[in-house]
Design a protein around this ligand. Structure first.
Ligand SMILES: [Zn+2]
Length: 154
């Protein structure tokens, strides 16, 4: 059984410029946690991630390194303005199932932005890949589950 792994890290919104503090973070990867309930991690924390959890939570665009940096694209929500944006989350693989949460920051999507990324959120994979291909700014004002935008503003 797997649950959500929450990444508690302060993030500055690319839209409104304000900070969402670490404890307010609205950023998680569903399926990545191996604990009985949800799991909350801050930069520097070590955690265990069994290999199958990556397939629950993520789409693999590249194989994971045996050791070293692992990059994941997830969705996050600004606590101040409510806008959704993408986050580039970095983990360090220290052992087979042993990882350390390095940190995260908001990111635009482009082919370059995904160049060293191994994992993208399974739930938003279609949006991530489409935006990376288009090189566009995030536009997830609509419900982020593959529904068509209600009022495309361009
Ligand atoms: Zn904001």
């Amino acid at each position: 059984m797997s649950n959500a792994l929450w990444f508690n890290v302060a993030m500055r919104c690319r839209y409104c410029g304000r900070m969402t503090e670490a404890h307010e973070s609205e950023m998680n990867s569903y399926g990545l946690s191996s604990e009985y309930g949800d799991e909350w991690r801050r930069p520097g924390d070590r955690l265990a991630i069994p290999e199958p959890n990556f397939d629950d939570a993520c789409l693999r665009v590249r194989p994971l390194p045996a050791r070293g940096l692992v990059h994941l694209i997830e969705l996050w929500t600004c606590k101040r303005c409510g806008r959704q944006d993408w986050a580039h989350i970095s983990l360090e693989r220290e052992g087979d199932e042993a990882y350390r949460f390095i940190g995260a920051e908001p990111t635009a999507l482009s082919a370059e932005a995904l160049a060293n990324v191994q994992l993208i959120s399974r739930y938003y994979a279609d949006d991530i890949l489409a935006e990376a291909e288009a090189g566009s700014m995030p536009n997830l004002e609509s419900h982020p589950q593959g529904l068509a935008p209600e009022g495309e503003s361009g």
